[in-house]
Structure formats: C-alpha cells, structure tokens
Design a protein around this ligand. Structure first.
Ligand SMILES: NC(=O)c1ccc[n+]([C@@H]2O[C@H](COP(=O)([O-])OP(=O)(O)OC[C@H]3O[C@@H](n4cnc5c(N)ncnc54)[C@H](OP(=O)(O)O)[C@@H]3O)[C@@H](O)[C@H]2O)c1
Length: 243
C-alpha cells in the first residue's frame, strides 16, 4: 500500500524563508490546511499573527548557530515532521563582480544552511511515520546562468545533496523531495525575465507534488529539462544562460 502524503494530516512544519515570494504563499497554504508552521527567517517576527504560525526570527547565515537552533525547535515542537528548505538569495552579478561577503552569504544560505538543518533534524525526522525533507532547487542546477554563477552552483549542489540524502534514507518512511523550479515572479526575480510563473502557481504545484509523494517535483517549464538535457544539452545551455 502506498504511503499517504506527508501533509495528509495536520502536522508541524519547519519552513525557511516564509516572508516573501514562494515561501510566503507556501506558508499561507500550509496554515490554511491546518498545519503548524515554524516560519524561520530574519523578518519572520514581523509576519502578521495567524493560527498555527510560529515565527522564528533567525539569520540562516549564522551557520554555527544552526545545529543548536534546530535542536531547540525539535525539543519545543516534537510533532515536527516536515522540513522545507526554501530560503535562498541570488546575487545577479558576474562572479568576478560579487563582493566576497555576497559570495559567502550566498553559499552559506543556499547550500550549507540546508545541509546543517537536515543533519540536525534527520534522526528526529526518520522516527516520524510521514516525515519529509523538501529542498527548493532550480532549473539552473542543470544549466547554469551566466550572471548567477555561484547561485547556479549552489542549486546544483543542493540538487546533488538531495539525491545523496534520498539514497541514505532509502527503505525508511522519510520522503526526500527536490523541487525544480522555473523562473517565478517573486522579489528574487523582480525586474528581469518574462513569462514568469506566479508564486501562487509554483507553491500549489509544490504542494500537489508533495501530496503525490514525488521525489522530484518539476514545476512548469522545468518539466522539459530532463528531455532537453538528454537530447539537446546545447539548447538547454542556450535557453538558461540568460537566466
Ligand atoms: N523566483 C524564482 O524564479 C526561483 C526559481 C528557481 C528556484 N527558486 C528558489 O525558490 C526559493 C524561494 O525563492 P523566492 O524567489 O520566493 O525568494 P524571495 O522572494 O527572494 O524570498 C527569499 C526568502 O529567503 C529568506 N532569507 C533571505 N536571506 C535570509 C537569511 N540570511 N536568513 C534567513 N532567511 C533568509 C527571506 O526572508 P527574510 O528576508 O525575512 O530573512 C525570504 O523569505 C529559493 O530557494 C529559490 O532559490 C526561485
């Protein structure tokens, strides 16, 4: 018998970056569905109060603090069964034009923070009957963007990390999902790109994918990428090079 969705029953979810873009819509939809959501980001404490919302004000680039932070959240919220690593930053700069501080922030937030959060939560999540880890990746993990070299590399790294983690927990009930997104209309992409997916449609596709327990949730135009990668990788490189 197939397992139910990790979101089938009201549960407790740790969501990073619920203050903006796709994360803000995910937060709203998860609260609508009756879940308790620990919304973790720097500005989370300014979110308007809602039933089920637990704001956790923290900067995910404070890497040494993360294991202790997650341990504290698990102690206070033992029903936590789903972690969604959504927070990220993209510096729309050529690699050589980025400041060292921007590169350090981008790598820490997009790649090292999710790894540390998952490491700290994994033993707990593996004891849950319907646990899940959900990592938000990008089509740029497959074909990088010229002006977003480190961003693309962090998403390729997160994609790789997600596959490794899925192999590590094989045979357990833990669902490990990678979300592969196309260009979505959020503050991250303000002022660039055309024909962007709305954050609402992106978030709804993610939730449908989790309900179906998909290990890889490809959203919108990102669904074509495996075929393009197999048949015409030069075309994929040309399409995504501009971002
Ligand atoms: N938009 C796209 O086209 C697109 C495409 C592919 C993949 N994605 C992925 O989808 C996810 C969401 O992207 P988005 O476009 O919705 O982004 P966004 O609107 O820019 O939101 C980013 C979120 O990250 C949080 N954040 C930033 N720095 C942080 C820090 N130091 N510590 C804690 N939280 C921090 C922000 O919260 P605070 O400011 O409150 O800290 C905010 O809630 C990301 O993983 C992104 O890579 C997006």
């Amino acid at each position: 018998m197939s397992r139910p969705s990790p979101l089938a029953k009201p549960t407790t979810i740790l969501l990073t970056g619920g203050t903006s873009g796709i994360g803000a819509v995910l937060l709203s939809r998860l609260l609508d569905r009756g879940h308790t959501v620990l919304a973790l980001s720097r500005g989370a404490v300014h979110l308007p109060a809602r039933a089920g919302l637990v704001p956790v004000g923290a900067d995910l680039t404070d890497l040494p603090e993360l294991p202790g932070l997650v341990a504290g959240l698990l102690a206070d919220h033992p029903a936590l069964s789903v972690v969604i690593n959504n927070a990220a930053v993209q510096h729309a700069l050529e690699l050589t034009a980025s400041t060292p501080a921007q590169l350090i922030e981008e790598a820490a937030l997009n790649l090292t923070a999710p790894a540390l959060i998952v490491q700290a939560a994994l033993p707990h999540l593996m004891r849950q009957p319907q646990g899940a880890v959900v990592n938000l990746s990008s089509g740029l993990a497959t074909f990088p963007k010229q002006a977003g070299g480190l961003y693309s590399a962090t998403k390729a790294g997160l994609s790789s990390l997600t596959t490794s983690l899925r192999w590590q927990v094989e045979g357990t009930p833990l669902l490990v999902s990678e979300v592969v997104l196309p260009l979505v209309d959020t503050p991250m992409t303000a002022g660039r790109g055309a024909r962007k997916l709305t954050a609402e449609r992106a978030a709804e596709a993610i939730l449908r994918g989790l309900d179906a327990r998909r290990p890889v949730i490809r959203v919108g135009a990102a669904r074509a990428l495996p075929l393009i990668a197999a048949l015409a990788p030069w075309l994929g490189r040309r399409m995504l090079r501009g971002g």
